[in-house]
Design a protein around this ligand. Structure first.
Ligand SMILES: N[C@@H](CCC(=O)N[C@@H](CS)C(=O)NCC(=O)O)C(=O)O
Length: 280
């Protein structure tokens, strides 16, 4: 196997594109590549994003906040097309130096506040509106724990399993084994938790459920990474399935999943159409 014969040089240098569908936008350096201002609308929140799972986390929360009567949560959703390199425009990089969606500009106060990383955006909004985050110390700790669990584990699923199973130009058994095992282990963690609890943080639906659902709902239904549901035996996770059904039936969740879906790029709810590039 070609990959087994590779001997790393003393010093790695970027001397070729590494193949795969995202090769043309992957770079080993950060920072703006073009001068491009971002549009600004009339609402208190300006969201620059795309309808991938990481993007959907935030639009699900916005829609839930609006459905719960928080009229101050009105937002403008601007499409950032990551396959066209919109994330490397100067305006976007000023809001997220990491050049990944989602990015938020909170213009509800006297000075605009930038927020990047989907978990930070969820926390910022939940705290601002006092919603979808428990106020008692135990519930809050449980909610933040599951939220951070999701943020830490998404790269293993997207950048690990999804990348090597669906996107890598060569199939590497070692990598697919490693990340399939880890993805299944993560589903097992959630399944055990949801066997004892209606929602991840307890009896109440929180931002932790929104964050995990955006990823797990898609995988559980076999809609991500070349329909990998069968490959990963998703039917084994019955408690996740019960929770996916309950959350997926919420009107705000359905609405949130439709925002910033680029026609052409995101017209199918499957395979590469609803997942991320490199997760960070
Ligand atoms: N940890 C970040 C990950 C965000 C992320 O990976 N976004 C992907 C799309 S889902 C992206 O913008 N990729 C563009 C790129 O890698 O250039 C978060 O949760 O906000």
């Amino acid at each position: 196997m070609a990959d087994a014969e590779y001997t790393p040089p003393k010093v790695w240098t970027w001397n070729k594109e590494n193949g795969g569908p995202f090769a043309s936008i992957n770079r080993p350096t950060a920072g703006a590549q073009t001068e491009r201002e971002l549009p600004v609308g009339e609402h208190p929140f300006q969201l620059y994003s795309l309808g991938t799972p990481n993007g959907q986390k935030v639009t699900i929360l916005f829609e839930e906040l609006l459905a719960a009567g928080h009229s101050g949560a009105e937002y403008d959703a601007w499409l950032i097309n990551i396959r066209d390199g919109d994330q490397f425009g100067s305006g976007f990089v000023a809001i997220n130096p990491n050049s990944k969606i989602p990015a938020l500009l909170d213009r509800s106060g006297p000075e605009p506040i930038r927020v990047f990383e989907s978990g930070a955006i969820l926390l910022h909004l939940a705290e601002k509106f006092g919603a979808f985050i428990p106020t008692d110390p135990r519930g809050r700790a449980e909610c933040l724990s599951w939220l951070m669990w999701q943020m830490g584990s998404a790269p293993l699923i997207g950048g690990g399993f999804g990348h090597f199973y669906a996107y890598a130009p060569i199939k590497i058994e070692y990598a697919i084994d490693r990340y399939s095992m880890e993805t299944k282990r993560l589903f097992s963690v959630a399944d055990n938790r949801l066997a004892e609890s209606r929602f991840l943080a307890g009896d109440d639906y929180t931002i932790a459920d929104m964050a995990v659902y955006a990823w797990f709902g898609l995988l559980y239904r076999g809609l991500a990474y070349n329909d990998a549901g069968e490959f990963l035996s998703m039917h084994e996770y019955t408690n996740v399935g019960r929770w996916v059904e309950e959350i997926g039936a919420r009107p705000a969740v359905k609405r949130g999943q439709k925002v910033n879906v680029a026609t052409g790029l995101r017209e199918r709810h499957s395979a590469a159409d609803f997942d991320s590039l490199e997760t960070a």
